[in-house]
Every structure is written in structure tokens, then in C-alpha cells.
Ligand binder design. Structure first.
Ligand SMILES: [Zn+2]
Ligand SMILES: [Zn+2]
Length: 250
């Protein structure tokens, strides 16, 4: 076979053998969310307590992530449509003395499992720079045909999505036409949005959706929230290893 396997699979399997009305079989449903319980105090140092196997588990590659954030932090933020604005602002407070003010994560919304490289620490509330890096890390080495992204602020996050991707290092870019990336708001989070968001961002009105509610990532957090108090006082490396273990369980 002369073509590379990715091309072969993409072209022959998804496009040639299947009729367009079967393409829902190739949807990848991901869910993205933040958790502000998994905080971490600025104790110990990276030299005393280093991360073992950086980027080999559920956390994004810490070294690359830190480097990216150093150069791409922007204050332009999740403004907004919905009644969540108050919450966003609240999550930006009480960050003094913290190394990490929460974590952002990406799951497969169908199977409730964290994506490899699908979790990253937050430093100041929910910022695009964090969530972009985490999402595109979670898509590394993935053959993509369609991406359906469930996110409680999808109506905002989808704006300038491609422009922001262009700011990431080339290895994180996805090769997918924009009409194959669909942004949706999970069912429970949709009602507080403004009315114009209700139909376009609803799973109920999405062709090929089946019956997902897009909220499954909330269940994943439940597995790790019990460790919030203990991991809060751990050094960088111990906390990462402890959480990696728990993420593998959920
Ligand atoms: Zn899955
Ligand atoms: Zn909205």
C-alpha cells in the first residue's frame, strides 16, 4: 500500500464505502470542562518533586504546556452569553498561594474516559489558552473525521477557534475542515444560555447525535473530587502521579 495508513483509512473507509447519511458513525464526541476543587498549593519545588513521565499519561506535557502559557496568556476571555459569567469571575478569585487553581479536562463523551493528554492545570479561572492546549493535546495522534465538542460555553468557545489553533505549535494542529467540527452545549447547561443559543447548540436538534446529553464529564470529576483535600498539599510530582492513578480509574 503506497498511501500512508491514515489517508487510506480516511479516504477508503469513511468516504468511499459509506454513504453520507452513515457518517455519524465517525463522529468523535468529546466533552470539555473545568474543575475548581482540584487545587494545589505552591508547596515544594519542581526540582525536589519532579513529574515522572511527563506527558505519558492523562496530564498534558507539563514542559510544553508551561512554555505555551508563558507566551500565550491573554486576558481576553470567556465573556458572555450565559448566566455563568458570575461563576467565571468567582473562579478567578482566591488564587493567592496556589500553584494550581483547578484543572481542565477532556473526556470521550460516549465512553466516560479521560483522553490521553486530556487534562491540564489551570492557574486563573477558565481561560482559552489553557483549554485550547488541553483540547488539542487530547487530539494528538487521533484520526479525525468529525469532531463534536460538548462544552458548557461552546457558543463562545467556538468563536475564533481556528484562529486560536493557529497560535498553537504545528504538532497540535488538526487537519479537519471547519464544517466538520460542531460545537454543542450539554443539555443541563443549555437553559441558562440566551435563547438564540438554544437550538443551534442543542444535542436534541443535532443530526446524527443519537441521545447524548454531553454531561458525562461531570461524572468523571466525581471520582477525583475525594482526593482534592489530600492532593492540595502535595508537591508537583506527587500530586501528578496520584491524580494520574485516579484518572485511570475514572
Ligand atoms: Zn470513546
Ligand atoms: Zn450561549
Amino acid at each position: 500500500m503506497s498511501e500512508n495508513p491514515t489517508t487510506f483509512f480516511t479516504v477508503n473507509c469513511a468516504e468511499k464505502f459509506e454513504s453520507p447519511n452513515q457518517c455519524y458513525k465517525y463522529f468523535l464526541f468529546l466533552a470539555q470542562d473545568c474543575n475548581f476543587r482540584l487545587i494545589n498549593r505552591a508547596v515544594s519545588t519542581a526540582a525536589n518533586d519532579p513529574i515522572i513521565g511527563d506527558g505519558l499519561g492523562y496530564f498534558v506535557n507539563h514542559a510544553k504546556y508551561t512554555e505555551y502559557l508563558r507566551t500565550h496568556v491573554s486576558e481576553e476571555e470567556i465573556s458572555s452569553c450565559s448566566g455563568f459569567q458570575v461563576l467565571f469571575l468567582a473562579n478567578r478569585k482566591r488564587v493567592k498561594g496556589l500553584r494550581t487553581s483547578g484543572v481542565g479536562g477532556v473526556t470521550c463523551a460516549r465512553h466516560n474516559m479521560w483522553r490521553p493528554n486530556g487534562i491540564g492545570d489551570l492557574q486563573l479561572g477558565e481561560r482559552y489558552c489553557n483549554m485550547d492546549f488541553i483540547l488539542f493535546s487530547a487530539l494528538l495522534n487521533t484520526i479525525l473525521f468529525y469532531l463534536i465538542l460538548s462544552y458548557n460555553i461552546a457558543c463562545q468557545y467556538g468563536k475564533n477557534f481556528w484562529k486560536r489553533m493557529a497560535d498553537l505549535p504545528a504538532e497540535f494542529h488538526i487537519n479537519l475542515s471547519p464544517d466538520r467540527v460542531w460545537f454543542k452545549v450539554p443539555n443541563f447547561h443549555l437553559p441558562p444560555h440566551k435563547r438564540p443559543c438554544h437550538s443551534p447548540f442543542s444535542f436534541h436538534f443535532m443530526w446524527g447525535a443519537g441521545r447524548p446529553h454531553g454531561e458525562t464529564i461531570e461524572q468523571n470529576w466525581e471520582f477525583t473530587n475525594g482526593a482534592a483535600a489530600s492532593t492540595k498539599m502535595m508537591g508537583l510530582g506527587s500530586r501528578a502521579s496520584t491524580l494520574e492513578d485516579l484518572f485511570a480509574f475514572s
